[in-house]
Design a binder for this molecule. Structure first.
Ligand SMILES: C[S@@+](CC[C@H](N)C(=O)[O-])C[C@H]1O[C@@H](n2cnc3c(N)ncnc32)[C@H](O)[C@@H]1O
Length: 173
């Protein structure tokens, strides 16, 4: 869940949060706030590049977080003020369905209370995109990078050239 999105200023970085979430193994991105263009841009990536990733823009992050916890899910809030990721990851990994929360400029104090864990990817200020990528890579222990997406577009890894397979509409994706 992405908090604090400002449509004018954060368009690119929030899109990157969504791209990283999808590429590193999340099932869904919840965007707190309304930005239909951003949602449809990410949906277009899913349409072309495959996978089951969903994107939702919601009015109330509190409602989403509350419902998630009532349904038995746990919340990890990524923050530079949190406890070290390396000390918490085993416990987090073994605890079932997770909602990972990242902020923008400043997050509401309440999220620190609602979260089951407030986790720092180091305790220096950096970026929600970097924090999410490192968190998810540690969560899946690197296995997420080998996932198949079965999209209409697929990269063939190459030491030198850009090699891409494009499948016509209706085949794959
Ligand atoms: C530009 S930072 C905001 C930094 C802000 N001082 C704060 O409250 O953490 C935006 C988001 O990046 C994430 N972030 C930045 N540095 C982080 C770190 N060292 N560990 C975990 N998350 C971090 C947090 O989710 C934060 O809400």
């Amino acid at each position: 869940m992405r908090l604090g999105h400002r449509p004018e200023r954060d368009k690119r970085i929030t899109t990157h949060v969504g791209l990283v979430a999808r590429a590193f193994g999340a099932e869904e991105m919840i965007l707190a706030g309304r930005d239909e263009r951003l949602v449809s841009g990410l949906e277009d990536v899913v349409h072309r590049w495959g996978g089951e990733f969903r994107v939702r823009s919601v009015g109330s992050w509190r409602g989403e977080a509350r419902r998630w916890k009532e349904a038995g899910g746990r919340i990890v809030h990524l923050t530079m003020y949190g406890e070290p990721i390396s000390e918490k990851m085993d416990e987090i990994r073994s605890s079932g369905d997770l909602m990972v929360v990242v902020g923008a400029e400043k997050v509401p104090a309440e999220i620190y209370e609602m979260a089951d864990w407030n986790v720092g990817v180091g305790n220096q200020p950096h970026s929600e995109v970097a924090a999410l990528a490192v968190f998810m890579d540690r969560l899946w222990e690197g296995e997420e990078l080998a996932r198949e997406f079965s999209g209409k577009i697929e990269v063939v890894p190459s030491p030198r050239y850009k090699t891409v397979i494009e499948r016509p509409e209706g085949e794959g994706g």
